[in-house]
Design a protein around this ligand. Structure first.
Ligand SMILES: Cc1cc2nc3c(=O)[nH]c(=O)nc-3n(C[C@H](O)[C@H](O)[C@H](O)COP(=O)(O)OP(=O)(O)OC[C@H]3O[C@@H](n4cnc5c(N)ncnc54)[C@H](O)[C@@H]3O)c2cc1C
Length: 491
């Protein structure tokens, strides 16, 4: 393989998508750097097509260049908010960043079928607003929703804050349009709720992080807007009690339970420290664990408040709550969500830290946290655990911050590997996942090789080989051949 690129390559790219939509020099950090500032790559070019056919033409051109011996590959990019370095190029200068952000058309809303068909580059928040304007709800919701786009959400199978009721991005998608590694377009757009005609290609592409195909369009599920939403901020003595509260909430509120977030005291204290303007409904020092619970009611505000209050009565009676505040307005509810969503930002202000986006069954959460903390305490007694997350889905952001007074960068550099091993081994002990909602990207392929079932890995390799035999699409992400080779040498 040589690095030969046809002389006319960039000119052809410009002909395909327009001169202004191919960038090869200048400040490309918007596309080359990840959201957290952990890494910056070097792109061969940043290309922004405006339509599915333009995406297909760009992929075809790159595939042909590769077939002629060029060292070239493609990294699809949406909003570039991913947290596992899957959306930026490596440092080789051979990767084309294919940005979907110009593709922002809402192709249609079908209110009777409760579905909407959209371009992959639509910003998530714009889709929520479009659904709302049609009197409907698109429930996918995450703190990055003002920047991330639906193609990226589907490529990562994003979770977020409403999974307990509506599921992950996967459950919200009923059709896909995808450009394959050879430039063919698979039109799987469909509003069908039932279609058992062969293998489920849609679900293969969802969550594949740009390694099997480039999502250019999607048909999404919509829901009726709930008549009312009510939020409560609840103090519990321990994670064990928070899990009891979850079970009680599911029993009392059934499918009306739309959010169940847990935050340990230390996480809220970081928010208090860095964002003192965000007023806590209950002082963080008064309990070990706080829960932000959201209930949606199909009938009325009054019914929402009364159902929430009767849940709280039952929870106090059962001894799982020590204090609680019910939001009296949408504004108060939003302020509760703001506190929850500022935890990652407060962590960032405190300094670089180790993120662990893990999941175990909800029932195992207290035992997992107890064991992981005990093991960390033994080997790194001063490290600070900042633990919060989507408890309703068994998904915790079990993050570790440098000891007070220590240099965060040095801490992360020196201890990332041993601390991650402690946490991921504990996750594995409980049969959990080392990446609940952020994916594998180029940050965690080693963990994938270490923790994933070998048969699953072998099936994944076969699928990649079948759909992208020349490794054109995001070759460093998820299951890179190089990581495989290293594992083979080590074995
Ligand atoms: C503040 C903050 C909060 C967050 N909260 C959550 C959360 O609650 N839940 C959660 O799940 N995630 C969360 N994330 C992570 C991130 O927002 C999600 O992973 C999101 O789905 C990524 O979308 P994106 O458009 O930014 O994709 P990008 O970051 O651009 O890409 C992510 C991956 O998808 C691939 N990709 C992008 N577009 C396409 C496409 N059209 N076709 C094929 N592959 C593609 C990329 O190659 C890359 O591998 C958060 C991030 C931030 C910064």
């Amino acid at each position: 393989m040589t690095s030969f690129l046809p002389a006319s390559f960039f000119e052809q790219l410009r002909t395909l998508v327009g001169h202004d939509h191919v960038h090869t020099e200048g400040d490309l950090s918007l596309w080359e750097q990840d959201w957290r500032g952990l890494a910056q790559g070097k792109a061969l070019a940043v290309v922004s097509p405006a339509s599915t056919s333009e995406v297909a033409a760009v992929v075809k051109l790159c595939a042909e260049a590769k077939a002629q011996g060029a060292a070239i590959s493609i990294v699809p990019q949406g909003g570039n908010t991913g947290l596992v370095l899957g959306s930026i190029p490596d440092g080789s200068g051979t990767q084309v960043v294919l940005s979907l952000r110009r593709m922002q058309t809402i192709r249609g809303i079908d209110p009777h079928n409760l579905s909407m068909t959209v371009d992959a580059g639509c910003i998530l928040q714009n889709l929520q607003e479009a659904a709302k304007s049609a009197g409907l709800l698109f429930p996918l919701s995450l703190a990055a929703q003002g920047s991330c786009v639906i193609g990226g959400n589907l490529a990562t199978n994003a979770g977020g804050t409403q999974v307990v009721r509506y599921g992950n991005a996967r459950e919200l998608c009923i059709g896909l349009e995808v450009v394959l590694a050879d430039g063919r377009i698979w039109n799987g757009l469909s509003g069908l709720r039932k279609d058992n005609t062969g293998y489920d290609l849609r679900n293969l592409i969802i969550g594949s992080e740009g390694t099997l195909g480039i999502i250019t369009g999607a048909t999404l599920k919509l829901y009726p807007q709930p008549a009312a939403r009510a939020c409560a901020w609840l103090a519990t003595p321990s994670l064990h009690h928070a899990v009891e509260l979850l079970a009680l909430s599911q029993k009392h509120l059934a499918s009306g339970l739309t959010g169940f977030e847990a935050m340990e005291q230390a996480a809220l204290q970081l928010v208090e420290k860095h964002m003192p303007q965000l007023r806590m409904p209950i002082a963080p020092t008064t309990a070990e664990v706080f829960v932000l619970l959201e209930y949606s009611d199909d009938e009325s505000e009054t019914r929402a408040q009364s159902r929430l209050e009767s849940l709280l009565e039952a929870a106090f009676e059962a001894g799982v709550l020590t204090d609680g505040a019910v939001a009296q307005s949408l504004d108060q509810s939003q302020r509760m969500w703001d506190i929850r969503e500022h935890i990652p930002l407060a962590q960032a202000q405190e300094g670089v830290h180790l993120k662990h986006d893990i999941s175990v069954t909800s029932s195992s959460i207290p035992a997992f946290v107890e064991r992981a903390k005990a093991q960390l305490q033994e080997s790194h007694p001063d490290a600070r655990v900042i633990n919060f997350g989507h408890l309703g889905d068994g998904n915790l952001h079990f993050n570790v911050q440098a000891p007070l007074g220590a240099d965060p960068k040095a801490f992360v550099k020196e201890l990332a590997q041993p601390i991650q091993a402690i946490i991921y081994d504990t996750v594995a002990f409980f049969g959990g996942s080392f990446s609940a909602e952020h994916g594998v990207g180029t940050l965690k392929p080693a963990e994938l090789l270490h923790y994933k079932d070998p048969v699953a890995l072998s099936l994944m390799r076969s699928i990649k080989q079948a759909l992208d035999p020349h490794s054109l699409l995001n070759p460093n992400a998820v299951l890179p051949p190089a990581a495989d080779a290293q594992a083979g040498e080590a074995a």
